[in-house]
Design a protein around this ligand. Structure first.
Ligand code: K1U
Ligand code: ZN
Length: 172
């Protein structure tokens, strides 16, 4: 089932999310719903707070080549355990900040640990867009948005546009 995506500004997007203790069937269903919501948007990642759930859960699939098989990843309690000194700049977007893009600089390569939907611990090195996306999604779990990397003027301009978008959507 697709779930509605919260639009910035929303207090739930600014909260630090709680670690997941047990992976229940409800959490597995939430992960499936998030993947469906992400693919439908379309997007390459989604974090639980974006659908109003304050648990440390993200999903991502950064496969973009035509004909390449999808690679949906479900990560409970993801953690960046090492980052490269080399940095990478990417024009980031966010499904909670529609149609707004800005350059953000982050480590180019990161080592990440997480627990999968069956409770198995994983560790993997991510590079390029995968590294950018996983860092963007983990930021969501810590109440941080890509606009928090921008200067105050740009951030305020985008926030005002989103306030207007929400007003217009509420009017119908
Ligand atoms: O977290 C989110 O809101 C999802 C976001 C992830 C992301 C994008 C770019 C850089 C870092 C993280 C998105 O998926 S925005 C949409 C998007 O980038 C996209 C949509 C369709 C095809 C390819 C990209
Ligand atoms: Zn986002």
């Amino acid at each position: 089932m697709k779930r509605p995506i919260l639009i910035h500004p929303d207090p739930r997007l600014k909260k630090v999310c709680a670690p997941v203790a047990d992976i229940s069937d409800d959490l597995r269903q939430l992960a499936d719903d998030m993947l469906e919501t992400m693919y439908d948007a379309p997007g390459i990642g989604l974090a639980a707070p974006q659908v109003g759930v304050l648990d440390r859960l993200i999903v991502l699939d950064c496969v973009r080549e035509e004909g390449e098989p999808p690679r949906p990843l479900v990560m409970f309690n993801p953690e960046v355990i090492a980052s490269s000194d080399e940095m990478n700049t990417y024009d980031e977007g966010c499904l909670s900040i529609p149609d707004q893009y800005a350059e953000v600089t982050r480590p180019k390569v990161v080592d990440v640990t997480w627990i999968d939907r069956d409770g198995k611990l994983h560790r993997e090195t991510f590079d390029g867009l995968w590294a950018t996306c996983v860092q963007h999604e983990i930021d969501h779990l810590n109440g941080k948005l890509f606009i928090d990397y921008l200067g105050p003027m740009k951030r305020q301009m985008i926030t005002r546009k989103m306030q207007k978008l929400k007003r217009d959507r509420a009017r119908g």
